[in-house]
Structure formats: C-alpha cells, structure tokens
Design a binder for this molecule. Structure first.
Ligand code: F0G
Length: 463
C-alpha cells in the first residue's frame, strides 16, 4: 500500500447534528442521572461510545432494500431473503428471527436448559449470563490464561480454555446442554477466537456428545482478525473464514445489531430439527410468528443486505484499523488498555490507571464518569458494577475493571477519533485526582443499567 492514511470507505449522504454542552451542564446531567451514564439523555452526549449495538449507520443499499419490505404476517418474501442470506453466511439449517440477541438467548436457553445445568463459555456477556441465571443455570467462564492479563498482547485472547472445557464436560455428564463460544469475546476486551481454538472446542464437545453454540454478534470482526493473525489464513476471504468458523458449531445466537449492520434485529440458528421446533413454539409465545419473530419485513430486508456488507474487506479493514488507531495513540501516551486493541472497542484498564481507587469504589465506573464530565464522551463500565454481584447476593470484584469505548459502525470519522484521544489524554493527566464512587441503590439482576450511584468522597475529582 502506497499511502498510510486509512480513509472511511464511504462518503456521507445524510448527517445528524451532535450537541456541544458545557462542563457545568454535564455535571448537572450527571447528578440528574444518579451518576449512571445509562440514565443520561443521549442528546447530552457529544460522542456516544456506550455501545456498538444498534447504533450503526445503514448503507444506501440497506435503505433501498427496506422499501422492498414485505409486511405479510406469514411467509413474507423478506423472511426468505433474510433466511437465504443467513444460511449462506452461516450454513445452519434452521434460521429463527428474533427482535434482538437476548431474545434468541432466552428462547434457546428456556428450550434447552433445566435448573441446575451448567453452560460453559469463553466469557458470557451480561445478558447471556443473566438469561441463564434466571433459569437457575450456572454460567461458567473458561477464559484462556492470557485473557485476564490486560497488558500482555496475544493474537487470540478471546480463546476458550479448551482443557478446562474438556474437564468441565467430563466432570458433568448430562448437566451441560451445550457449550458456547463468544466471537469476538466482548466482556474479555473484544478479543478474537482463533479457528484452531474453535476446532479444538468442537472436538472436545464431540468427544462428550455436547453441542457447541456460537454467540456470533461480531463474527465478521472475528473473521478479519483470523485473516490477519492466524497462520495460513491471510489469502482467504472473510466470507470463507466465517463459513469455517460456523462449521465448528451446531448453531448460534446472533445480535444483528452488531455485525448484521442493522439498528434492530437478531436471530437464532440451529441444525437440530427437534430443538428448532421447540424454539419456534417458544418464539410464537412472545416474539411472533417464525417468519418475522418480532421484526418488520423491512428489518429483515436490511439485515439480509447487512450480513453481506459486513464481510466486505474494505469495510473490515477500515473498521478494525480505526479502533487500533485510537489504541495506538493511547498506548503511545502510556494509557493502560487491553492489548491488543479489540475489534469493536478499546478497553481501558482502570485498575492499572487508577490504582489508588479501591475495588469497592468501582474505579472503572468512576473513570467512565470522568470521560463524560470532561469531554462529553459516553463509555461503559465493564467491571464490578456490571459483574460484581454474585447469584447468591454476595459481592466479589470482577476479574478486570475496564472502561469500554465501543465504536458504532460507520458513524464517526477520523477527526472524532482524534478528539477522543485528546479527551483521554487529558483525563489521564488528571488521574491522581480522580476519586471513587459508591452504590446507593441497585436491583439484583443487570444492575448496571438502573443502579443509582454517588461520589464516595463527595466529589469525583479533588483539587
Ligand atoms: N452477546 C454479546 C457478546 C453481546 O455483546 C450482546 C450485546 C448480546 C449477546 C445481546 O444482544 O443486545 O441484541 O440483545 N451487547 C451489547 C453491548 C448490548 O453493548 O455490548 P442484544
């Protein structure tokens, strides 16, 4: 390549203004939100990196496809177009649409699991864990050893610990309805899983007669990392690599709000006919008829196009490179992040950046509040507010205290990223003055969404 600058592989046809606020307005907004960024009004946020889920920009081809939406209740043309696209990319026999990923999880789990069962995963995402625990199922995280060492770079830190998986399956015959692997591993830093690891997990599952299900939200980003990093994969297309990844599994849950490039949608894909039939019956109860599953015909059209666009090499190169670009700037400034940068997000290691804040005062949550206060940037804590409460009601600090800066797809440009780097460097300069927070009120499950917090020492930042 002759030129180094990575440019967005699109030009902009529609713009949406973003609103500038003053530090005083943001301090006020934080108080009104009970120091919980989920409770902010989005218009009070300048750069919104809360999530990459459902926040992307659709292409002209997707909008055009939406005009072709067939809104028939049963047997709509749009369903068959979506089904064909999902089958082509993933290869599974039964494709069951749902309104988003967690609905696919709930339907699969309630159709296949019983209380007392155990479901291993590289790392369960919060909704996956909560949906299992709500059924009395134990959600087991089997990360590879390098996954919990934020500063240590490794090409496939999303890998599942296959030896631990094998042990778990051997020690719990009849108790594991299926194993899962999350690609990429969101809670573990957006890190990819290698084809070799997927194949080894598949072999372990086959040995014990247990199905393997992928949590496939970010499958295209995972395929790109495999192309970049796994020996022998460089000359293959992301599509071919994705097919190989899915060939290791018996099905997947999918939040299409990520690598489906849509604002709403998801699905469950399975090879097992009997299980698929149970899931469809379950689907009708709450989501809708199996050819729409809670989605409009036009949603299915947009998704059929998105599942193909997301595998385009120019898109994936730009996507992964712009996240790495921010990662490089932060690393050069000495800001501790999970290394290497993830596919959809940068994860700041708040425990390393704010060692003076004790675990019980939620350093990552405090840091996320500071990024908003100083720069109008919204991020999300992936630490002990999100994961600290145990099913038995006790508290245990999470393995890592991270702040995730998740990039919406095709939304922000290089100058937005430069601004982000400036804000982060500024907050890093203030780090010794940042103080912790305390929980004031919180529900038992998924508490980070609605918890009320407050500065533990009167103020977030001291003089
Ligand atoms: N699995 C993973 C790995 C996820 O990251 C998410 C969502 C889900 C399942 C659930 O999908 O939101 O469509 O119901 N993650 C979003 C995030 C919310 O911000 O990381 P959903």
């Amino acid at each position: 390549m002759k030129f180094q600058t990575i440019i967005e592989p699109f030009r902009i046809k529609t713009v949406e203004p973003i609103r500038f606020t003053t530090p005083a307005e943001r301090a006020d907004a934080l108080r009104r939100a009970d120091y919980n960024l989920f409770q902010l009004r989005a218009e009070d946020v300048l750069i919104d990196l809360l999530t990459d889920s459902g926040t992307g920009a659709m292409s002209a081809a997707q909008w055009a496809g939406m005009m072709q939406g067939d809104e028939s209740y049963a047997g709509a043309r749009s369903f068959f177009r979506f089904e064909a696209a999902a089958r082509e990319v993933m290869g599974f026999r039964h494709i069951i649409p749902t309104h988003q990923g967690r609905a696919a999880e709930r339907i699969l789990f309630s159709s296949a699991c019983r209380a007392g069962d155990l479901v291993p995963n590289n790392t369960h995402f919060d909704t996956t864990r909560a949906n299992l625990e709500a059924l009395g199922v134990i959600a087991l995280d089997l990360r590879c050893p390098e996954a919990t060492q934020p500063a240590v770079p490794a090409p496939f830190k999303g890998n599942i610990d296959v030896a631990a998986l094998d042990r778990c399956l051997a020690e719990n015959p009849g108790r594991v309805p299926f194993a899962m692997v999350t690609i990429t591993n969101n809670s573990g830093g957006g890190q990819p899983v290698s084809l070799a690891n997927l194949r080894a997990a598949r072999a372990a599952c086959t040995r014990h007669g247990v199905p393997l299900i992928l949590d496939a939200c970010r499958f295209a980003e995972n395929a790109w990392f495999i192309k970049q990093r796994e020996p022998g994969q460089a000359d293959r297309t992301p599509f071919d690599i994705a097919r190989d990844m899915f060939a290791c599994a018996d099905g997947c849950t999918m939040s299409a709000k990520k690598d489906g490039l849509v604002n709403m949608g998801g699905f469950l894909a399975l090879n097992d006919e009997a299980l698929a039939a149970r899931c469809r019956n379950n689907l009708i109860l709450t989501e809708g008829f199996p050819t729409y599953g809670g989605l409009a015909g036009y949603d299915l059209e947009a998704l059929a196009v998105g599942l193909k666009e997301v595998l385009e090499e120019d898109y994936l190169r730009y996507r992964i490179r712009s996240v790495a670009y921010l990662g490089d700037k932060l690393t050069a400034a000495g800001i501790p992040i999970v290394q290497p940068p993830g596919g959809h997000a940068i994860y700041i290691d708040a425990r390393a950046m704010l060692p003076h804040i004790p675990a019980g005062e939620f350093p990552a949550w405090a840091l996320s509040l500071m990024l908003y206060l100083e720069g109008g940037v919204r991020s999300v804590e992936i630490g002990s507010v999100m994961f600290g409460r145990q099913p038995d009601g006790t508290e245990k600090s999470a393995p890592m205290e991270l702040v995730r800066l998740a990039f919406p797809r095709r939304v922000y440009t290089q100058s937005h990223v430069d601004y982000l780097a400036e804000v982060l460097l500024h907050v890093h300069g203030l780090r010794h003055r940042i103080r912790g927070v305390k929980l004031v009120d919180a529900p038992a499950l998924l508490r980070h969404f609605t918890a009320k917090l407050a500065p533990a020492h009167g103020r977030l930042v001291v003089d």
